[in-house]
Structure formats: C-alpha cells, structure tokens
Design a protein around this ligand. Structure first.
Ligand code: 5GP
Ligand code: ZN
Length: 113
C-alpha cells in the first residue's frame, strides 16, 4: 500500500523503535504512548482493519496472536497488560493498517478511565 504509514514502517522506509521482528510481523513502540509501555504489533502484509480478514488469513492471524505472550514477556509487562484493536473511525482507529496495541506498565480499569 503506497501511502500507508505502517507499511512504510514495516519495510523500514520510516524508522521506528523495533522491539520484535520476523518475516511476517513487526512490533515497535508507539510514537505517542498512552501507557508506560505502548507497543504496536503489525502484520507486514497490509490489511486496512479487522474487517479485511477472511478465513484465508486464519493462519497468519493465529501466529500474530501467539506472538503476544512472547513480546509482553520480553517487554516485562506480562504481569498485566491490555490488548486493543481499534476498528473503524468510530472505533478510534486512526491508522488504517491492522495493528494490535500492547499496553502495560500501569493498572487498567474497565470501563476505561
Ligand atoms: P489507532 O488509533 O489507529 O488504533 O492507533 C494508531 C497508533 O499509531 C496511535 O497510537 C499513534 O500514536 C501511532 N502512530 C501513528 N503514527 C505513528 C508513527 O509514525 N510511528 C509510530 N511509532 N507510531 C505511530
Ligand atoms: Zn499498510
């Protein structure tokens, strides 16, 4: 996707602070953190949002989910953390390349506050 900022971060056209990388995924620190630890996990392949997924993506998305425990342990937030996928403008999504927010380092309450 030519003008997608996270595609550019994924292919290193735009620098980021990388915390995990393999052939298919990249995790990097959010430029505007809302928690002491705030990392974004993306597939390098472009999907606009969760709504883009179909059955064909089950393997890739399954592997993405299994990276969460690995990355949060590496970050030292495995005592408690929040996983967020904002979807659509009304869901708070501002970058339209699928990403998982990994938030930790503070206590979270539900509902948000
Ligand atoms: P969304 O609102 O779409 O769920 O999350 C997008 C996130 O991307 C925001 O938390 C925002 O701070 C982060 N972000 C936007 N542009 C950049 C960037 O160029 N670099 C990094 N590291 N994070 C970004
Ligand atoms: Zn993209």
């Amino acid at each position: 996707m030519a003008d997608c900022i996270f595609c550019k971060i994924g292919n290193k056209e735009i620098p980021s602070t990388v915390v995990y990388e393999d052939d298919d995924f990249l995790a990097f620190r959010d430029i505007n953190p809302v928690a002491p630890t705030h990392v974004l996990l993306i597939p390098k392949k472009h999907y606009s949002s969760l709504l883009d997924l179909s059955e064909d993506d089950a393997d890739l998305m399954g592997r993405m989910m299994t990276l969460v425990p690995k990355i949060v342990k590496q970050l030292g937030i495995d005592e408690g953390f929040r996983v967020v996928i904002n979807t659509g403008a009304k869901g708070g999504q501002t970058v339209f390349h699928l990403h998982i927010h990994l938030l930790g380092g503070r206590v979270f309450n539900w509902p948000p506050g």
